[in-house]
Design a protein around this ligand. Structure first.
Ligand SMILES: *Cc1c(COP(=O)(O)O)cnc(C)c1O
Length: 221
């Protein structure tokens, strides 16, 4: 299956209102260009260096999303051009994004990444901590940040009930936080190659799909 036909098939399977982020991490710029020629404009990357390199090479109407763990000292490199930072999981990171965005006079869209999976290794806010942070009012001081919703990763399990539990939890978090932010808090980013149909049934508005579009990633490189 070609990149083009995978993009077209996945898009055709999505209900209206659900967007597709093509996760191009560890695949070359040529693969992104192929997806671009199939009409894809929304791409996700998880490493700053790779994201910046692809941004420089590829058409400027691509909407780049940062989806991987982001260190505060690397924020400045992506804030000038990034469309959305999905992996915001600490107050320090919020502050770094605000400061960099103010410097280049941009308003940057972010998602709050919430930890719901069983694995300890996956990043994201503990929901109670996030709630407390939001209630402190700190986020509403951030004039150059627009909080668009939440992002999460479900447990890596072949038990659909476990994955569904995680997706429903994310949805509940999003629904609970929505009134605190208003109408622009409209994004629930969940679902990857292995679980996106279930994520969509659980209310996802944005899926992040890599290997089903571009093939397996080679981690030995
Ligand atoms: C890599 C990655 C994806 C895509 O994973 P696939 O299984 O290849 O679809 C989605 N979300 C995040 C946060 C990722 O790091």
């Amino acid at each position: 299956m070609s990149v083009r036909s995978q993009i077209i098939d996945i898009k055709a399977s999505l209900p209206s209102g659900v967007s597709l982020v093509a996760v191009s991490k560890m695949h070359p710029a040529e693969a992104v260009a192929e997806a671009y020629s199939a009409g894809q404009r929304l791409f996700g990357e998880s490493r700053v260096q790779e994201l910046v390199a692809k941004y420089e090479l590829l058409p400027k109407d691509i909407e780049w999303n940062m989806i991987g763990h982001l260190q505060t000292n690397k924020v400045k490199a992506i804030v000038p051009f990034v469309a959305m930072i999905q992996s915001v999981d600490s107050a320090r990171l919020v502050e770094a994004i605000q400061s960099a965005a103010a410097q280049c006079r941009r308003v940057v869209d972010i998602l709050l990444e919430i930890h719901v999976a069983d694995e300890q290794t996956k990043s994201g806010w503990d929901y109670a901590d996030l709630r407390q942070y939001i209630e402190s009012g700190a986020l509403s001081q951030m004039a150059n940040i627009r909080v668009r919703g939440v992002m999460g990763i479900a447990t890596n399990s072949c038990d659909e009930r476990v994955v569904e539990r995680d997706f429903m939890r994310l949805r509940e978090c999003k629904d609970e936080l929505q009134p605190l932010f208003g109408d622009t808090f409209d994004t629930l980013s969940m679902g990857m190659s292995g679980d996106y149909p279930l994520a969509v049934r659980c209310g996802s508005t944005m899926i992040r799909v890599g290997s089903s579009i571009f093939g397996e990633r080679d981690y030995s490189k």
